[in-house]
Design a protein around this ligand. Structure first.
Ligand SMILES: Nc1nc2c(ncn2[C@@H]2O[C@H](COP(=O)(O)OP(=O)(O)OP(=O)(O)O)[C@@H](O)[C@H]2O)c(=O)[nH]1
Ligand SMILES: [Mg+2]
Length: 330
Protein backbone atom coordinates (compact mmCIF):
# COMPACT_ATOMS: atom_id res chain seq x y z
CA UNK A 1 0.00 0.00 0.00
CA UNK A 2 1.17 3.51 -0.80
CA UNK A 3 1.96 5.38 2.38
CA UNK A 4 0.82 8.97 2.67
CA UNK A 5 3.75 11.38 2.98
CA UNK A 6 2.82 12.60 6.47
CA UNK A 7 2.63 9.05 7.78
CA UNK A 8 6.12 8.42 6.49
CA UNK A 9 7.31 11.53 8.28
CA UNK A 10 5.64 10.43 11.49
CA UNK A 11 7.25 7.02 11.18
CA UNK A 12 10.67 8.59 11.04
CA UNK A 13 10.17 10.72 14.12
CA UNK A 14 8.65 8.08 16.42
CA UNK A 15 10.37 4.96 15.17
CA UNK A 16 7.00 3.20 14.89
CA UNK A 17 5.97 1.67 11.58
CA UNK A 18 2.60 1.29 9.96
CA UNK A 19 1.21 -2.11 10.88
CA UNK A 20 0.97 -4.75 8.18
CA UNK A 21 -2.74 -5.17 9.00
CA UNK A 22 -3.62 -1.67 7.75
CA UNK A 23 -4.78 -2.91 4.30
CA UNK A 24 -6.92 -5.55 6.02
CA UNK A 25 -8.45 -2.82 8.18
CA UNK A 26 -9.30 -0.76 5.12
CA UNK A 27 -10.80 -3.90 3.56
CA UNK A 28 -13.06 -4.16 6.61
CA UNK A 29 -11.67 -7.37 8.08
CA UNK A 30 -12.79 -8.01 11.64
CA UNK A 31 -9.47 -9.16 13.05
CA UNK A 32 -7.76 -6.01 11.82
CA UNK A 33 -10.63 -3.91 13.16
CA UNK A 34 -10.21 -5.47 16.59
CA UNK A 35 -6.46 -4.82 16.56
CA UNK A 36 -6.93 -1.25 15.43
CA UNK A 37 -9.46 -0.47 18.14
CA UNK A 38 -7.28 -2.02 20.83
CA UNK A 39 -4.32 0.02 19.60
CA UNK A 40 -6.46 3.18 19.67
CA UNK A 41 -7.66 2.44 23.20
CA UNK A 42 -4.09 1.98 24.36
CA UNK A 43 -2.96 5.10 22.48
CA UNK A 44 0.04 3.31 20.96
CA UNK A 45 2.42 4.90 18.44
CA UNK A 46 1.09 2.41 15.92
CA UNK A 47 -2.44 3.71 16.51
CA UNK A 48 -1.27 7.26 15.91
CA UNK A 49 0.18 6.26 12.55
CA UNK A 50 -2.96 4.34 11.59
CA UNK A 51 -5.18 7.30 12.50
CA UNK A 52 -3.05 9.53 10.31
CA UNK A 53 -3.06 7.05 7.45
CA UNK A 54 -6.87 6.72 7.44
CA UNK A 55 -7.59 10.43 7.56
CA UNK A 56 -8.26 10.63 3.85
CA UNK A 57 -10.76 7.77 4.01
CA UNK A 58 -13.28 9.20 6.42
CA UNK A 59 -16.76 10.45 5.78
CA UNK A 60 -18.56 7.37 4.47
CA UNK A 61 -20.13 6.15 7.68
CA UNK A 62 -23.17 7.85 9.17
CA UNK A 63 -22.53 8.28 12.89
CA UNK A 64 -25.68 7.88 14.98
CA UNK A 65 -25.59 8.72 18.70
CA UNK A 66 -28.05 7.19 21.18
CA UNK A 67 -28.12 8.92 24.52
CA UNK A 68 -30.58 9.22 27.39
CA UNK A 69 -31.22 8.44 31.01
CA UNK A 70 -29.80 5.29 32.61
CA UNK A 71 -32.07 2.32 31.99
CA UNK A 72 -34.17 4.01 29.30
CA UNK A 73 -33.48 1.02 27.10
CA UNK A 74 -30.70 2.48 24.95
CA UNK A 75 -28.73 -0.75 24.57
CA UNK A 76 -31.83 -2.82 23.83
CA UNK A 77 -32.98 -0.23 21.32
CA UNK A 78 -29.54 0.00 19.71
CA UNK A 79 -29.59 -3.76 19.33
CA UNK A 80 -33.04 -3.65 17.69
CA UNK A 81 -31.95 -0.76 15.45
CA UNK A 82 -28.84 -2.69 14.44
CA UNK A 83 -31.10 -5.63 13.52
CA UNK A 84 -33.15 -3.31 11.35
CA UNK A 85 -30.01 -1.94 9.66
CA UNK A 86 -28.89 -5.48 8.91
CA UNK A 87 -32.22 -6.17 7.21
CA UNK A 88 -31.37 -3.16 5.06
CA UNK A 89 -27.94 -4.61 4.24
CA UNK A 90 -26.04 -1.95 6.16
CA UNK A 91 -22.87 -2.93 7.99
CA UNK A 92 -22.61 -1.54 11.50
CA UNK A 93 -20.07 -0.65 14.15
CA UNK A 94 -21.26 -0.03 17.71
CA UNK A 95 -19.35 1.95 20.35
CA UNK A 96 -20.93 1.62 23.78
CA UNK A 97 -19.43 4.23 26.09
CA UNK A 98 -19.64 3.67 29.81
CA UNK A 99 -18.10 6.60 31.60
CA UNK A 100 -19.41 5.57 34.99
CA UNK A 101 -17.52 2.37 35.46
CA UNK A 102 -13.77 2.56 35.89
CA UNK A 103 -13.36 -1.00 34.65
CA UNK A 104 -15.84 -3.37 33.11
CA UNK A 105 -18.91 -2.42 35.11
CA UNK A 106 -22.37 -3.87 35.09
CA UNK A 107 -23.60 -1.75 32.21
CA UNK A 108 -21.03 -3.07 29.82
CA UNK A 109 -21.74 -6.62 30.84
CA UNK A 110 -25.40 -5.82 30.25
CA UNK A 111 -24.62 -4.41 26.82
CA UNK A 112 -22.82 -7.58 25.88
CA UNK A 113 -25.77 -9.68 26.93
CA UNK A 114 -28.30 -7.46 25.20
CA UNK A 115 -26.35 -7.39 21.99
CA UNK A 116 -25.40 -11.07 21.80
CA UNK A 117 -28.00 -11.62 19.11
CA UNK A 118 -25.50 -10.01 16.74
CA UNK A 119 -22.43 -11.87 18.01
CA UNK A 120 -22.23 -14.25 15.06
CA UNK A 121 -22.95 -11.59 12.44
CA UNK A 122 -19.79 -10.37 10.66
CA UNK A 123 -21.73 -7.28 9.59
CA UNK A 124 -21.89 -6.09 13.20
CA UNK A 125 -18.91 -5.16 15.35
CA UNK A 126 -19.58 -4.08 18.93
CA UNK A 127 -17.03 -2.51 21.21
CA UNK A 128 -17.53 -1.19 24.74
CA UNK A 129 -15.27 1.55 26.03
CA UNK A 130 -14.88 2.17 29.73
CA UNK A 131 -13.42 5.29 31.24
CA UNK A 132 -9.80 4.80 32.13
CA UNK A 133 -9.20 8.24 33.41
CA UNK A 134 -10.67 11.57 32.63
CA UNK A 135 -13.72 11.86 30.40
CA UNK A 136 -12.00 14.09 27.89
CA UNK A 137 -9.84 11.08 27.11
CA UNK A 138 -12.91 8.94 26.66
CA UNK A 139 -14.53 11.25 24.15
CA UNK A 140 -11.27 11.37 22.24
CA UNK A 141 -11.01 7.58 22.22
CA UNK A 142 -14.65 7.27 21.14
CA UNK A 143 -14.05 9.69 18.26
CA UNK A 144 -11.00 7.74 17.16
CA UNK A 145 -12.83 4.42 17.29
CA UNK A 146 -15.55 6.02 15.14
CA UNK A 147 -12.87 7.00 12.62
CA UNK A 148 -11.52 3.45 12.57
CA UNK A 149 -14.99 2.02 11.93
CA UNK A 150 -15.56 4.65 9.25
CA UNK A 151 -12.31 3.89 7.42
CA UNK A 152 -13.00 0.16 7.61
CA UNK A 153 -16.11 0.69 5.51
CA UNK A 154 -18.91 0.36 8.06
CA UNK A 155 -22.02 2.04 6.70
CA UNK A 156 -23.33 3.13 10.09
CA UNK A 157 -21.55 3.68 13.40
CA UNK A 158 -23.76 3.75 16.48
CA UNK A 159 -22.51 5.38 19.68
CA UNK A 160 -24.36 4.73 22.94
CA UNK A 161 -23.75 6.99 25.95
CA UNK A 162 -25.65 7.62 29.15
CA UNK A 163 -26.81 11.21 28.95
CA UNK A 164 -26.28 12.23 32.52
CA UNK A 165 -23.37 14.59 32.42
CA UNK A 166 -21.62 17.22 30.41
CA UNK A 167 -18.97 14.88 29.04
CA UNK A 168 -21.46 12.23 28.01
CA UNK A 169 -23.46 14.81 26.16
CA UNK A 170 -20.27 15.93 24.48
CA UNK A 171 -19.64 12.39 23.26
CA UNK A 172 -23.17 12.21 21.87
CA UNK A 173 -22.60 15.55 20.17
CA UNK A 174 -19.87 14.06 18.02
CA UNK A 175 -22.55 12.07 16.14
CA UNK A 176 -24.05 13.20 12.83
CA UNK A 177 -27.55 12.20 13.99
CA UNK A 178 -28.45 12.32 17.70
CA UNK A 179 -31.22 10.17 19.12
CA UNK A 180 -32.33 10.92 22.68
CA UNK A 181 -34.02 7.94 24.32
CA UNK A 182 -36.59 8.42 27.08
CA UNK A 183 -38.67 6.01 29.11
CA UNK A 184 -42.40 6.49 29.70
CA UNK A 185 -43.73 8.22 32.79
CA UNK A 186 -41.49 11.23 32.44
CA UNK A 187 -43.83 13.61 34.19
CA UNK A 188 -41.82 15.96 36.34
CA UNK A 189 -38.70 14.09 35.35
CA UNK A 190 -38.79 15.90 32.05
CA UNK A 191 -37.57 18.88 33.99
CA UNK A 192 -34.88 16.74 35.49
CA UNK A 193 -33.58 15.68 32.11
CA UNK A 194 -30.79 18.02 31.41
CA UNK A 195 -31.92 20.60 28.93
CA UNK A 196 -28.57 20.05 27.27
CA UNK A 197 -29.61 16.59 26.16
CA UNK A 198 -32.93 17.54 24.69
CA UNK A 199 -31.33 20.43 22.86
CA UNK A 200 -28.98 18.22 20.89
CA UNK A 201 -31.73 15.79 19.81
CA UNK A 202 -32.46 15.28 16.12
CA UNK A 203 -34.95 12.56 17.08
CA UNK A 204 -36.71 12.05 20.39
CA UNK A 205 -37.77 8.54 21.28
CA UNK A 206 -40.09 7.30 23.97
CA UNK A 207 -38.96 3.70 24.32
CA UNK A 208 -40.85 0.99 26.25
CA UNK A 209 -44.02 2.01 24.44
CA UNK A 210 -45.44 -1.35 25.55
CA UNK A 211 -45.68 0.17 29.03
CA UNK A 212 -48.40 2.57 30.19
CA UNK A 213 -47.86 6.33 29.92
CA UNK A 214 -45.74 6.15 26.75
CA UNK A 215 -48.39 8.04 24.80
CA UNK A 216 -48.53 10.77 27.39
CA UNK A 217 -44.75 11.11 27.59
CA UNK A 218 -44.59 11.39 23.81
CA UNK A 219 -47.17 14.18 23.92
CA UNK A 220 -45.19 15.98 26.62
CA UNK A 221 -41.99 15.76 24.63
CA UNK A 222 -43.75 16.88 21.46
CA UNK A 223 -45.11 19.88 23.36
CA UNK A 224 -41.62 20.72 24.60
CA UNK A 225 -40.08 20.56 21.15
CA UNK A 226 -42.97 22.54 19.65
CA UNK A 227 -42.27 25.23 22.22
CA UNK A 228 -38.63 25.28 21.18
CA UNK A 229 -39.61 25.41 17.54
CA UNK A 230 -36.89 23.52 15.71
CA UNK A 231 -34.06 21.03 15.93
CA UNK A 232 -30.34 21.67 16.33
CA UNK A 233 -29.88 21.92 12.56
CA UNK A 234 -32.39 24.78 12.51
CA UNK A 235 -35.72 24.81 10.79
CA UNK A 236 -36.50 21.11 10.98
CA UNK A 237 -39.04 19.80 13.48
CA UNK A 238 -37.73 17.15 15.86
CA UNK A 239 -39.77 13.97 15.40
CA UNK A 240 -41.01 12.28 18.55
CA UNK A 241 -41.29 8.53 18.01
CA UNK A 242 -42.48 5.68 20.17
CA UNK A 243 -40.60 2.39 20.16
CA UNK A 244 -40.63 -0.86 22.02
CA UNK A 245 -37.16 -2.30 21.84
CA UNK A 246 -38.55 -5.49 23.39
CA UNK A 247 -41.23 -6.14 20.77
CA UNK A 248 -39.59 -4.30 17.88
CA UNK A 249 -42.55 -2.01 17.45
CA UNK A 250 -41.60 1.37 15.96
CA UNK A 251 -37.99 0.37 15.27
CA UNK A 252 -38.34 0.43 11.46
CA UNK A 253 -39.88 3.90 11.71
CA UNK A 254 -36.96 5.00 13.88
CA UNK A 255 -34.50 3.67 11.27
CA UNK A 256 -36.44 5.54 8.57
CA UNK A 257 -36.33 8.79 10.55
CA UNK A 258 -32.59 8.45 11.20
CA UNK A 259 -31.94 7.68 7.53
CA UNK A 260 -33.96 10.73 6.45
CA UNK A 261 -31.99 13.00 8.78
CA UNK A 262 -28.77 11.33 7.62
CA UNK A 263 -29.62 12.21 4.02
CA UNK A 264 -30.10 15.80 5.07
CA UNK A 265 -27.09 16.16 7.35
CA UNK A 266 -24.66 13.75 5.61
CA UNK A 267 -21.74 12.04 7.29
CA UNK A 268 -19.43 14.86 8.25
CA UNK A 269 -15.98 13.99 9.61
CA UNK A 270 -15.01 17.64 9.55
CA UNK A 271 -17.88 18.62 11.85
CA UNK A 272 -17.05 15.57 13.99
CA UNK A 273 -13.44 16.68 14.30
CA UNK A 274 -14.45 20.28 14.91
CA UNK A 275 -16.78 19.29 17.75
CA UNK A 276 -14.13 17.03 19.22
CA UNK A 277 -11.66 19.91 19.11
CA UNK A 278 -14.14 22.19 20.86
CA UNK A 279 -14.82 19.53 23.47
CA UNK A 280 -11.15 18.93 24.17
CA UNK A 281 -10.40 22.63 24.48
CA UNK A 282 -13.33 23.14 26.86
CA UNK A 283 -12.31 20.11 28.88
CA UNK A 284 -8.75 21.42 29.25
CA UNK A 285 -9.81 24.93 30.14
CA UNK A 286 -12.36 23.62 32.62
CA UNK A 287 -9.72 21.51 34.29
CA UNK A 288 -7.22 24.37 34.37
CA UNK A 289 -9.89 26.65 35.87
CA UNK A 290 -10.69 24.07 38.53
CA UNK A 291 -6.99 23.79 39.35
CA UNK A 292 -6.58 27.54 39.75
CA UNK A 293 -5.82 28.42 43.38
CA UNK A 294 -8.90 29.84 45.13
CA UNK A 295 -6.66 32.55 46.61
CA UNK A 296 -5.88 33.84 43.10
CA UNK A 297 -9.56 34.02 42.27
CA UNK A 298 -10.34 35.65 45.61
CA UNK A 299 -7.78 38.37 45.12
CA UNK A 300 -9.32 39.15 41.74
CA UNK A 301 -12.79 39.10 43.31
CA UNK A 302 -11.56 41.54 45.96
CA UNK A 303 -10.24 43.75 43.19
CA UNK A 304 -13.64 43.73 41.50
CA UNK A 305 -15.43 44.46 44.78
CA UNK A 306 -13.04 47.31 45.59
CA UNK A 307 -13.54 48.78 42.14
CA UNK A 308 -9.87 48.40 41.19
CA UNK A 309 -10.74 46.28 38.17
CA UNK A 310 -13.95 45.61 36.28
CA UNK A 311 -15.16 42.04 36.06
CA UNK A 312 -14.62 41.75 32.31
CA UNK A 313 -10.98 42.70 32.65
CA UNK A 314 -10.62 40.32 35.60
CA UNK A 315 -12.04 37.47 33.53
CA UNK A 316 -9.50 38.17 30.80
CA UNK A 317 -6.73 38.11 33.36
CA UNK A 318 -7.90 34.67 34.44
CA UNK A 319 -7.97 33.46 30.85
CA UNK A 320 -4.40 34.70 30.37
CA UNK A 321 -3.35 32.89 33.52
CA UNK A 322 -5.11 29.68 32.39
CA UNK A 323 -3.42 29.78 29.02
CA UNK A 324 0.01 30.18 30.56
CA UNK A 325 -0.69 27.37 33.05
CA UNK A 326 -1.81 24.83 30.43
CA UNK A 327 0.61 21.96 30.00
CA UNK A 328 1.97 21.76 26.48
CA UNK A 329 0.80 18.17 25.92
CA UNK A 330 -2.02 16.08 27.49
N1 LIG B 1 -40.90 -3.21 28.73
C1 LIG B 1 -39.81 -2.85 28.08
N2 LIG B 1 -38.60 -2.98 28.66
C2 LIG B 1 -37.51 -2.60 27.96
C3 LIG B 1 -37.60 -2.07 26.65
N3 LIG B 1 -36.35 -1.77 26.24
C4 LIG B 1 -35.50 -2.08 27.24
N4 LIG B 1 -36.19 -2.59 28.28
C5 LIG B 1 -35.65 -3.08 29.56
O1 LIG B 1 -35.13 -1.98 30.28
C6 LIG B 1 -33.98 -2.36 31.01
C7 LIG B 1 -32.82 -1.45 30.66
O2 LIG B 1 -32.48 -1.67 29.31
P1 LIG B 1 -31.10 -1.25 28.71
O3 LIG B 1 -31.18 -1.48 27.23
O4 LIG B 1 -29.96 -1.87 29.43
O5 LIG B 1 -31.11 0.29 29.03
P2 LIG B 1 -29.89 1.32 28.87
O6 LIG B 1 -30.53 2.63 28.64
O7 LIG B 1 -28.92 0.85 27.86
O8 LIG B 1 -29.24 1.26 30.29
P3 LIG B 1 -27.81 1.85 30.73
O9 LIG B 1 -26.84 1.61 29.60
O10 LIG B 1 -27.47 1.07 31.95
O11 LIG B 1 -28.03 3.30 31.00
C8 LIG B 1 -33.72 -3.81 30.66
O12 LIG B 1 -34.26 -4.60 31.68
C9 LIG B 1 -34.47 -4.00 29.37
O13 LIG B 1 -34.90 -5.32 29.17
C10 LIG B 1 -38.91 -1.96 26.07
O14 LIG B 1 -39.09 -1.51 24.93
N5 LIG B 1 -39.98 -2.35 26.82
MG1 LIG C 1 -26.83 0.56 27.96
Amino acid sequence: MQKPADSAAAEESSGAVLPDWLPALLAGERAALARAITAVENETDEARLVLQAIRGRLGHALVVGFTGAPGAGKSTLVSAYVGELRKRNQSVGVVAVDPSSPLTGGAILGDRIRMTQHAADPGVFIRSLASRGHLGGLSRTAARVIDVFDASGRNVVVVETVGTGQSEVEIAEIADVRVVVNAPGLGDDVQAIKAGILEIADVLVVNKSDLPLAERSARQLAAMTAQRGHGPGGGHPVPVLQTSASTGSGVAELADAIAAIGRRKRPDPRARTRRLLQNLVLERLRRALTDLPVADLDSLADGVLAGRVDIETASHQIIDQLLSSLPKQK
